[in-house]
Design a protein around this ligand. Structure first.
Ligand SMILES: *[C@@H]1O[C@H](CO)[C@@H](O)[C@H](O)[C@H]1NC(C)=O
Ligand SMILES: *[C@@H]1O[C@H](CO)[C@@H](O)[C@H](O)[C@H]1NC(C)=O
Ligand SMILES: *[C@@H]1O[C@H](CO)[C@@H](O)[C@H](O)[C@H]1NC(C)=O
Ligand SMILES: *[C@@H]1O[C@H](CO)[C@@H](O)[C@H](O)[C@H]1NC(C)=O
Ligand SMILES: *[C@@H]1O[C@H](CO)[C@@H](O)[C@H](O)[C@H]1NC(C)=O
Ligand SMILES: *[C@@H]1O[C@H](CO)[C@@H](O)[C@H](O)[C@H]1NC(C)=O
Ligand SMILES: *[C@@H]1O[C@H](CO)[C@@H](O)[C@H](O)[C@H]1NC(C)=O
Ligand SMILES: *[C@@H]1O[C@H](CO)[C@@H](O)[C@H](O)[C@H]1NC(C)=O
Ligand SMILES: *[C@@H]1O[C@H](CO)[C@@H](O)[C@H](O)[C@H]1NC(C)=O
Ligand SMILES: *[C@@H]1O[C@H](CO)[C@@H](O)[C@H](O)[C@H]1NC(C)=O
Ligand SMILES: *[C@@H]1O[C@H](CO)[C@@H](O)[C@H](O)[C@H]1NC(C)=O
Ligand SMILES: *[C@@H]1O[C@H](CO)[C@@H](O)[C@H](O)[C@H]1NC(C)=O
Length: 792
């Protein structure tokens, strides 16, 4: 008795047609998991649930449908107000690095930049301050943070919005972002769930003869989806996230927003998620069947720029309940899930109204299309930036990764003659807003503080590197010469005086664009930047390279003897120039660490984008055949040399690691499988109990203050199933130490940290045998190794 809409029926037919071919393959279909679990208020949400219940009891069926369906309005996503109940509606806004659809707001460092800081406190603070701005602009839901794409492929067009291809670092960054965001009373939205690792064919397309070519299907085995892709989402749920956005792609043939295995199964049962699942914009492809599979809210609802059609939700829900094809109890659960976080975060207690100025920046919904009246009576053009530039500058600097520093090039010591080169050094020339509905924005001139698409921000100003260098040079009395035209700087330096050979330092600024909707087709820097570096380094024996980039760049010039230093500064947000100058001059000691691996060569990566030509209707099959071997897990497993490994980053000082000790916290009473316990948000609570403490001492042995990141990697015993990565990050901390200072650091390893996902038992299992615990300063700079047998 399941109602399927026309399109869902079509999908079912397609899926059946493909079945024979798939059963023989190594990937299957997502197993069905029904019915959709009711929320119960677990994890401290009980009294908010009671308020949601009281609210629900006053709704008509039409209003219930309206509560779970987007409607045209002032925000990126809107749930209609119900004035009778004093409910002003819900406003959902982008995004992860600041309020995009707003004026007088800040642009914060991007996700990859935040991850490169490896700093829990700064990541939390970034969450809190972005959230303060969105809240002050009237948003109830901040559409972030981003876990996926986590960066399975270094080419992923949105990797920069998220954190890291390492699930542990990614999960920590998700949890701290969410706690920061929700600490100011706005709902976070963990996205994009799940297996969303490429832009290419993320949505269905129409073939030349009018047939639907389905979106890419991420075919992921059970162990991999647990140990890599869903790990950070479990952390997000554990951190109390209010909502989860399902993604555009399919998983094992079934669209992510109607996949009962991942939504009902993993998210709502295994992780005990109590909030609501909302669709990515236009990612809903069915009504009742999506609802029964666990989707709770359709966005943007009745009109969408990706699918200009009426909603599968809305009125269809009312009709489906009335004709008996959808249980009203399920709709009630959807409404409870939507309203419980609202009450939990006290959003019913005098929340700011939507800033009317947002309306003018809304490309989705012109006011003429609104059906409901939203409260726009608040002050317009509110300046919500506060003192957030301080954190932006600090996090930007703290996240800069120093990859090379030879000949004592850095920090700069009163250079008399400075050369600045490259089209990333100067001011923006085409606009302060990189969002275009055609996803363009990769302009030749101007520094790149962020990428494009829905995860971008609206700058009120930018500090270009050149401006910050000039300001600093003025204090020092240095002479700054510059050529920002890459072609000119690569071919003709004759205008310089003194000439390039006599400059004290040549700073080359390079950039790499990435945007939603497109994957990168190269890992080189853009705009012929490699040629530019070669040209400058041919004349200047102290060439310092800075990249502003979406993520991985191969760096063919890294071994050039005249390239004395290299910085990966990623996308630092509006204080870009100040952040880099702080580090160049040593006011801030660099302490960023790579949240991914830089290979020697582009062809060394094992995970390209799937890019087909003349594809058939169901041909976009992205088989995650590398399974767990993503990023450093692969390079370690294959024993391949890399240019700069995961976790790498230099400092202006040196650190040592004292001896390592292991303490058995569990007291020798450990079982291989977690004791059965009622699930709390995040999963079985036993998974998160600390079982081992690993302690060491970190000392600053150099002559300047600085921060470092000790890292703990776990190597599993040989009893684990094949293709287990040799070591996996399971602990890190960021410590700031003055010269000579030492600090003791303890990493608590939880049961989950030392388990693998046992596909037979459908449980996290601690393997028999001896583990190797590796403590070091990068994934390959291991200083101490100890063995331990938790089950012996
Ligand atoms: C993906 O895996 C399926 C099943 O094993 C196989 O039939 C198909 O050819 C693979 N597709 C690609 C692009 O490798
Ligand atoms: C995809 O299929 C594989 C192989 O049958 C299975 O192990 C895995 O659980 C499925 N994953 C999802 C998300 O359905
Ligand atoms: C959810 O609760 C309703 C009552 O509100 C009940 O009818 C339904 O069976 C429950 N569903 C599940 C999956 O437990
Ligand atoms: C129900 O959903 C279908 C598919 O989006 C749409 O064409 C139809 O107009 C909807 N009906 C109502 C009453 O909203
Ligand atoms: C019930 O309503 C839905 C939603 O509009 C419709 O698609 C479906 O055909 C109806 N089913 C029956 C059995 O009338
Ligand atoms: C906004 O203010 C106008 C005029 O004061 C009032 O009529 C209207 O009801 C207010 N709108 C809301 C949604 O509060
Ligand atoms: C950049 O330099 C090249 C080579 O000198 C020149 O042809 C081109 O016009 C310059 N571009 C701009 C925008 O000045
Ligand atoms: C670099 O060039 C400068 C100026 O020509 C010279 O003084 C210096 O010794 C050179 N440094 C190295 C390491 O070759
Ligand atoms: C995919 O192929 C198209 C057409 O050949 C090309 O334009 C595009 O850049 C490719 N995408 C990637 C990510 O390589
Ligand atoms: C390094 O720079 C010097 C000028 O200081 C130049 O003579 C030399 O050729 C450069 N080396 C390389 C490998 O380009
Ligand atoms: C990178 O690998 C490709 C293909 O294997 C090879 O042609 C190229 O020379 C390599 N480049 C470098 C810099 O090693
Ligand atoms: C493990 O480390 C934590 C955090 O430092 C500490 O509170 C706890 O007492 C330690 N447990 C044991 C058994 O040493």
């Amino acid at each position: 008795m399941v109602l399927v809409s026309y399109r869902a029926a079509l999908l079912t037919l397609l899926a059946c047609g493909a079945s024979a071919q798939w059963e023989s393959g190594s990937y299957g279909y997502s197993p069905p998991v029904y019915p959709s679990p009711n929320m119960t208020g677990l994890g401290g949400w009980q009294s908010a649930l009671a308020k949601a219940d009281a609210f629900l009891s006053q709704l008509t069926l039409d209003e219930k449908a309206q509560m779970v369906t987007g409607t045209p309005g002032p925000c990126e996503g809107n749930i209609a107000p119900i004035p009778r109940l004093g409910f002003n509606g819900l406003c959902l806004q982008d995004g992860p690095l600041g309020a995009r659809q707003a004026d007088f707001v800040s642009v914060f460092p991007a996700g990859v930049t935040a991850a490169a800081s490896w700093d829990r406190d700064l990541i939390y603070q970034r969450g809190a301050e972005t959230a303060e701005e969105l809240k002050a602009k009237g948003a109830h839901v901040l559409l972030g943070p981003v876990s996926e794409p986590l960066g399975r492929s270094p080419y992923g067009g949105r990797n920069w919005e998220g954190f890291s291809p390492d699930p542990y670092l990614n999960g920590v960054a998700m949890a701290y972002s969410i706690m920061g965001i929700q600490s100011v009373g706005i709902q976070a939205c963990a996205k994009h769930f799940i297996g969303y690792e490429q832009e290419t064919q993320r949505n269905p397309t129409i073939s030349s003869d009018g047939q639907t070519i389905e979106a890419v299907s991420s075919n992921i085995d059970d162990r991999t989806i647990h140990e890599i892709y869903s790990w950070p989402f479990a952390d997000a749920v554990r951190a109390g996230v209010s909502s989860v956005m399902c993604s555009y792609n399919r998983l094992n043939q079934s669209y992510a927003c109607q996949n009962s295995y991942t939504l009902n199964g993993m998210l709502k049962t295994e992780f005990g998620f109590q909030g609501y699942v909302l669709s990515d914009w236009g990612a809903t492809y069915a009504g009742v069947s999506a609802i029964e599979a666990g989707l709770d809210m359709d966005m943007p609802g009745s009109i969408g720029f990706l699918s200009p059609t009426p909603s599968y939700f809305g009125q269809n829900i009312t009709i489906a309940v009335q004709n008996g094809s959808l249980a009203e109890e399920r709709v009630d659960d959807m409404v409870r899930r939507v309203m419980t976080p609202y009450f939990y975060l006290n959003q019913d207690q005098g929340y700011p109204t939507v800033d009317p100025s947002s309306v003018h920046m809304n490309v989705l919904f012109p006011q003429s299309e609104w059906v409901y009246q939203f409260d726009l009576n608040g002050t317009s053009n509110r300046d919500v930036r506060d003192n957030h530039a301080t954190l932006i500058r600090e996090l930007g600097a703290s996240a800069i990764v120093l990859l090379k520093n030879t000949n004592g090039a850095l920090p700069l010591k009163n250079p008399k003659y400075i050369g600045v080169f490259g089209n990333d050094a100067g001011d923006l020339t085409n606009s302060l807003y990189l969002f275009r509905t055609d996803f363009s924005g990769n302009y030749a001139y101007g520094t790149l503080p962020m990428g494009g698409g829905s995860g971008t921000g609206r700058l009120t100003y930018i500090v270009p590197p050149l401006d910050a260098i000039k300001a600093r040079a003025k204090i020092d009395g240095s002479l700054v010469q510059y050529i920002l035209n890459n072609t000119m700087a690569s071919t003709d330096l004759s205008s310089l005086y003194p000439p390039a050979q006599e400059l004290d330092v040549c700073l080359v600024f390079l950039k790499t664009w990435a945007t939603e909707n497109y994957d990168r087709s190269s890992l080189d820097v853009d705009w012929d930047g490699n040629t530019l570096v070669e040209a400058i380094a041919a004349s200047c024996n102290n060439t310092v390279v800075v990249t502003h980039s979406a993520g991985v760049n191969v760096l063919p010039f890294a071994s050039h003897p005249n390239v004395t230093a290299i910085f990966a500064a990623h996308y630092p947000g509006q204080e870009s120039g100040n952040s880099i100058v702080d580090v160049l001059y040593g006011d801030v000691n660099p302490s960023g660490r790579l949240p991914y691996t830089i290979a020697l060569n582009e062809s060394d990566y094992n995970t390209p984008i799937l890019n087909l030509t003349n594809a058939g209707l169901n041909d976009w099959q992205l088989n995650f055949t590398e399974s767990l071997l993503v990023d450093y897990r692969y390079f370690d497993y294959a024993n391949k040399s890399v240019l700069y490994e995961f976790g790498y980053g230099l400092s202006y000082t040196n650190f040592s690691l004292g001896d390592m000790t292991i303490e058995d916290v569990a007291g020798g009473s450990l079982s291989a499988l977690p004791p059965a316990q009622a699930v709390v948000p995040g999963g079985n609570p036993a998974l998160f109990e600390t079982v081992l403490n690993v302690t060491t001492q970190v000392q600053n042995t150099g002559s300047v203050s600085g921060a470092t990141v000790p890292q703990l990697y776990v190597g599993m015993p040989s009893t684990v199933p094949p293709r287990t990565p040799p070591k996996q990050l399971r602990g890190f901390d960021k410590l700031t130490l003055s010269p000579g200072e030492a600090e003791t650091v303890t990493f608590g390893l939880t049961r989950r940290d030392i388990s693998y996902w046992d596909v037979e038992a459908q449980q996290w299992r601690i393997p028999e045998g001896t583990f190797t615990l590796n403590l070091g300063f990068t994934s390959r700079d291991i200083r101490h190794t100890m063995t331990v047998c938790p089950l012996c």
